[in-house]
Design a protein around this ligand. Structure first.
Ligand SMILES: Cc1ncc(COP(=O)(O)O)c(C=O)c1O
Length: 366
């Protein structure tokens, strides 16, 4: 008779366990990459790019060095630069705005929806000026910004880059992320739903011209081997990471289904305290909102009880010191949310009993 051991801790995420579960496949991919010596570009990278594009129902995927580089190269491919403004949400990781600064344009930070914490379309409309060149909606925590909004922005003459760093394989009413914007950007930072064993990123698009531009800009603006007709970057996804990512991409549908199952259970237990999502979300993070005056104490208490927690994000872009030169009006919704959010454990190999245990611990706080 097997006796199950009681849960005494649940990590925020367990990458070691995830990689152990597919270690044989990762080892084989590593050995192939070493024997091929295709470390930059070439076969493995192209195979992964094709598989990533197919998984998202888009024509082109271009592997690059990071999610930040993906955003930067996407902006550059669109021709966004000095004199342009790019609208970004306040509730996101700083890279969304950093990329805008990297191309010499001005980030315009706008507030988010009070429920979903996704970019507020009314705030986008209010922030538009004749200099607005693009908007970067962020599919935050794995929940998708309604793609009809993306359609509307594009129809009104704005370029749209979907920041899908947290949303691999996510869908909105049957349409995949990456299919609505001019381009979309993924991060393969190790903790992402599809994470490399190091840094990595990708741009996807249905536009062959933009795909070509990103492909060239990531590789020194190379026209042919030693002919460079514009200044580019060295930001290629390396072959070893591509080979490992390709292995993990095969498991991503199962891992995503698992995240959804865990999320359903979290919702049954903690429902109204969670940042809501719609069907098609991929639950990169499971975010609860706490009373602001309790958040830090709850974070410390849960940590002591063995519940791995994090805060995404404690400082919204409207309050980031590095973005002070581009400061606009305050973003009260983001600023309030940043004091309330607390991310609970979410990992595809968590068990439903782990969710129950986490929820029991959390329930005692309310
Ligand atoms: C929403 C968002 N955008 C962009 C990035 C940047 O990705 P990377 O860390 O791969 O540069 C991240 C990653 O943390 C992110 O979460």
């Amino acid at each position: 008779m097997s006796v199950s051991t009681p849960t005494t801790s649940v990590p925020f995420q367990d990458l070691g366990r995830l990689h152990d579960s597919i270690l044989g496949e990762l080892r084989a991919a590593f050995e192939n990459a070493v024997s091929d010596s295709s470390f930059v570009g070439a076969g493995t990278c192209r195979t992964f790019e094709e598989n990533l594009a197919a998984a998202h129902g888009v024509e082109h995927a271009i592997g690059v060095g990071s999610g930040t580089d993906a955003l930067t190269l996407a902006l550059r491919a669109l021709g966004v630069g000095p004199g342009d403004e790019v609208i970004v949400p306040s509730m996101t990781f700083v890279a969304t705005a950093e990329a805008v600064v990297h191309v010499g344009a001005d980030p315009v930070v706008v507030d988010v929806d009070p429920e979903t914490l996704l970019i507020d379309p009314d705030a986008v409309a209010a922030a538009r000026t004749p200099r607005t060149a693009a908007v970067i909606p962020v599919h935050l925590f794995g929940a998708v910004v309604p793609l009809e909004l993306v359609d509307g922005w594009r129809a009104s003459g704005l370029a749209v880059i979907e920041d899908a760093a947290q949303a691999h394989l996510a869908t909105w009413r049957g349409r995949g992320v990456g299919t609505a914007g001019d381009l979309a950007c993924f991060s393969f930072y190790p903790g992402k739903n599809l994470g490399a064993l190091g840094d990595g990123g990708a741009v996807v698009t249905n536009d062959a011209h933009l795909a070509d531009r990103v492909g060239k800009l990531r590789d020194h603006g190379r026209e042919s081997k030693y002919l460079h007709d514009e200044i580019g970057w060295c930001s290629r996804l390396d072959g070893l990471q591509a080979a490992l990512l390709d292995v993990k991409l095969r498991h991503l549908p199962d891992w995503t289904a698992r995240r959804r199952l865990l999320a359903d259970r979290y919702r049954e237990r903690l429902g109204r305290h969670l940042v809501p999502w719609e069907e098609g979300a991929v639950h990169h993070l499971m975010v609860m909102r706490c009373p602001a005056e309790q958040r830090d104490a709850w974070q410390a208490h849960l940590g002591e009880r063995g519940v791995g927690v994090g805060v995404h994000y404690p400082v919204p872009l409207s309050c980031q010191p590095s973005l002070a030169p581009w400061a606009g009006p305050p973003c009260p919704v983001s600023e309030a949310a940043a004091a309330e959010v607390l991310s609970l454990p979410m990992d595809p190999l968590m068990k439903l009993t782990d969710v129950e245990w986490v929820c029991d611990e959390v329930a005692q706080l309310w």
